[in-house]
Design a protein around this ligand. Structure first.
Ligand SMILES: NC(=O)C1=CN([C@@H]2O[C@H](COP(=O)(O)OP(=O)(O)OC[C@H]3O[C@@H](n4cnc5c(N)ncnc54)[C@H](OP(=O)(O)O)[C@@H]3O)[C@@H](O)[C@H]2O)C=CC1
Ligand SMILES: O=C(CO)COP(=O)(O)O
Length: 307
């Protein structure tokens, strides 16, 4: 295929892994981070694709910095961040689309623990956009024998799957840290998916998307792997550490901590029932212990499975 010039913003674990995938396919990749040597303007020059793998906390600020530089009108934006903006509850793709209303925006999300991808272990992901041609171009850029990329027409569903599973991964870490067994874990992950779908639908996402790679797929990966930082937050809190202690030693970003706070506000505002998110929130706030969170979930009013 034709070689593409790609600017990747964010040189953390995920930005570097994605840069390596595109470089291995022969594309010209420039990586930017606020600590790096190259200026943002240099990195953006002639970029056909601008991929953001910035942590949520920096997305709005970086999007506004990018607005001050000239870009080709056909530049495609790709967002790989899994979070929600604390001030606006916007998703990263909504932030990029608002800042660049005339450019195609593609969401890249899936069960993609970067440490495994760096080892060239096989993985699959999803690129989702309302602009099919843009999604197909990004699919070509990243596809390889060890990285299988699917397109999807539901960007908000794909993005929310990756974002909301981080809260469930914290809960799954607690479940494993307390040694509650396989039945408990299966119940938690399944009810977690129900909660994700309930929230996702209120955002206009398609239910079907959450049964795919970016929903169930990422939920399974993150809830079952000690490589997940979000899982580690829950696991280590269940072993008695405080959130501050866990975060002090955590390599990289655990977006679920911030997402949980933002989401709870959104759920309360829209009257959405989010029992797991609520308990994870209270645990992160230090209001309850992991055991109390478990009791709260087990002792809720009994009800039909679906309503
Ligand atoms: N790692 C993984 O397995 C995966 C991660 N993701 C998602 O990708 C995103 C990044 O994750 P990951 O790479 O692991 O995280 P890291 O913590 O490793 O890297 C975060 C990156 O964001 C940058 N950043 C943070 N805040 C700002 C800011 N205010 N302004 C500019 N840059 C900023 C950091 O810059 P600096 O180094 O200067 O601090 C760094 O380059 C997260 O949303 C995560 O959920 C998605 C899929 C897989
Ligand atoms: O999103 C991820 C895997 O798909 C990475 O999970 P963590 O951010 O919990 O490490």
């Amino acid at each position: 295929m034709q070689k593409t010039t790609i600017a990747i913003l964010g040189a953390g674990a995920w930005g570097v892994a994605l840069a390596n995938l595109a470089t291995a396919n022969g594309h010209q990749v420039r990586l930017w981070s606020r600590r790096g040597g190259q200026t943002l303007q240099t990195v953006l020059q002639n970029a056909q694709i601008l991929l953001s793998a910035i942590s949520m906390q920096g997305v709005r600020e970086v999007a506004s910095q990018v607005q001050s530089f000239p870009l080709s009108p056909t530049t495609i934006f790709v967002t790989a961040t899994k979070g929600l903006d604390p001030q606006t509850t916007l998703t990263p793709s909504q932030i990029w689309q608002t800042a660049f209303p005339h450019h195609p925006v593609v969401v890249l999300s899936g069960p993609n623990l970067s440490k495994e991808i760096e080892q060239s272990l096989p993985a699959a992901t999803v690129v989702a956009s309302q602009n099919q041609a843009a999604a197909e171009l990004v699919q070509m850029v990243f596809s390889s024998p060890c990285f299988r990329v699917y397109t999807n027409p539901d960007p908000i569903g794909v993005e929310l799957g990756g974002t909301l599973k981080n809260i469930m991964a914290i809960a799954a870490g607690v479940c494993d840290g307390l040694h509650l067994g396989t039945n408990a874990k299966a119940a938690l992950v399944t009810r977690g998916l129900t909660e994700i779908i309930r929230i996702g639908r209120s955002w206009g996402a398609n239910t079907e998307t959450f049964y795919g790679l970016s929903g169930l797929g990422d939920l399974l990966a993150t809830c079952n792997s000690p490589l997940s930082r979000n899982y580690q937050v829950g696991y280590q809190m269940a072993s008695g550490k405080t959130l501050t202690e866990v975060l002090a030693d955590l390599p990289g970003t655990a977006e679920g901590v911030n997402t949980c706070r933002v989401l709870l506000r959104h759920a309360q505002h829209h009257s959405i029932t989010v029992p797991i998110t609520e308990q994870v929130y209270r645990l992160l706030q230090g209001e309850i212990t992991p055991r109390q969170a478990l009791e709260e979930l087990m002792l809720r009013d009994i009800k039909p499975e679906y309503n």
